[in-house]
Design a protein around this ligand. Sequence first.
Ligand code: GDP
Ligand code: MG
Length: 456
Amino acid sequence: MLEKLGEAIRKATDKIANALFLDKDVVDSIVRDLQRALIEADVNVSLVKELSDKIKKSAMDERIKGVEKKEHLVKILHDELLRLLGEHKQLKLLEKQNRIMLVGLYASGKTTTIAKLGNWFAKRGKRVALIGLDVHRPAAKEQLMQLGKKNGLNVFTNIEEKDALKIWKEFEPKLKDYDLILVDTAGRHSLDKELVEELKELNKKIKPTETILVIGADIGQAARTQANEFKKATDISGVIITRMDSTAKGGGALTACAETKAPVYFIGTGEKVNDIEEFNPNSFLSRLLGMGDLQTLIEKVKSVTEEKSQKKIQKKLEEGKLTLEDVVEQVRSMNSMGGFDKIKSMIPGLSNINAKIPEGALENQEAKLARWEHIIKSMTQEEKENPELLEKQTSRMARIAKGSGVATSDVRSLLKQYKLLNEVIKSGGAGMDMSEGMSQKQMMKFAKKFGKKMRF
Ligand code: GDP
Ligand code: MG
């Protein structure tokens, strides 16, 4: 059931947990994956866009940093998905007699669901009766009788009678001892005038305590129109979505119902009588995510992040060396913090350091980082491990510049940044917090030492 969507959401949370820096690229790629999966599950595009925008906005919230930022992002992701799934409403039986009428189009799963609900409440000690009022499909009443027999449920219907109201009147006196009467009605290909009239008539006579719309999950987000139309025609108190097991579009059906504010009471998850579950958005989402609740999720993000960044710092410090890729990452993370000017203003005593930043340079930063990445891709493994080789042999530099379509000055600037950052590491990398670029202490050291040379 929605396996692909679940997998995509789990991947997204893993990406958040594993990212060394939650920069724009990481967030964009997470959002892209999610969008693809949600749209594949037939969730409405504008809902998907809304969710994406919220996630992006929250990821760029500069007030939150480090692991907390990751927790925050996972929480937003969780809450937004939960919001998409709508409110939780349980189908509760009343003390007096309950009359639940199931309505819906042809083959939406009404009759099957009647048997499932009958069985569900009978197991919970209720005296249940099923009444077959589908006078349109010749085999409909037999189907209900068979299902009743198979599951030990009492069924009332009249095979010969073509008038649904007459069947109701015939059996009404016999129904008074039951706690729950489940009414099976006829469907149509679409909600036409005839069906509306029939539902209104039945409504008047039966006075259902609940009228439940049955929708097949395979119609996906078209459930929105269907739910709205039925709501207009009659008093719908809730929805049951069937065939959640056999389509990838269930996400669309669920979110569309949430949009129309029609609470989903149950979902059908198979053809057998026990294949029915109460729908609880919270536990449904937990299952999609493949873990307990939000707290478990946050704990996971925390521990993965801590473990990962610790391991990485450890390794870096032992080697006393950052790779070229690390350099790009570092500069990108400083950039996402707002560049050197911003960093300066955040650290007391640093604002008087005279690091000249050429005007407009920050806007070019992303383009420059992208060029750096191209450069790294054009390098051989040997060169990546020993960038010093490039300075020794300028032919290498020329080859790389040509191969990556950049100027040799770009290659030089990457090398310069590389040396600069490695000097910082050597001058005492301890206490460096890789999960958010550098620590303040580190940054201060860095700025003091290299402030004048900094060129962003
Ligand atoms: P009705 O015309 O609305 O009464 O629909 P039915 O109850 O006759 O069901 C139509 C078809 O959907 C039947 O083949 C059922 O077996 C099937 N069906 C109903 N609910 C589910 C479900 O939750 N999962 C699956 N896989 N099939 C279902
Ligand atoms: Mg039926």
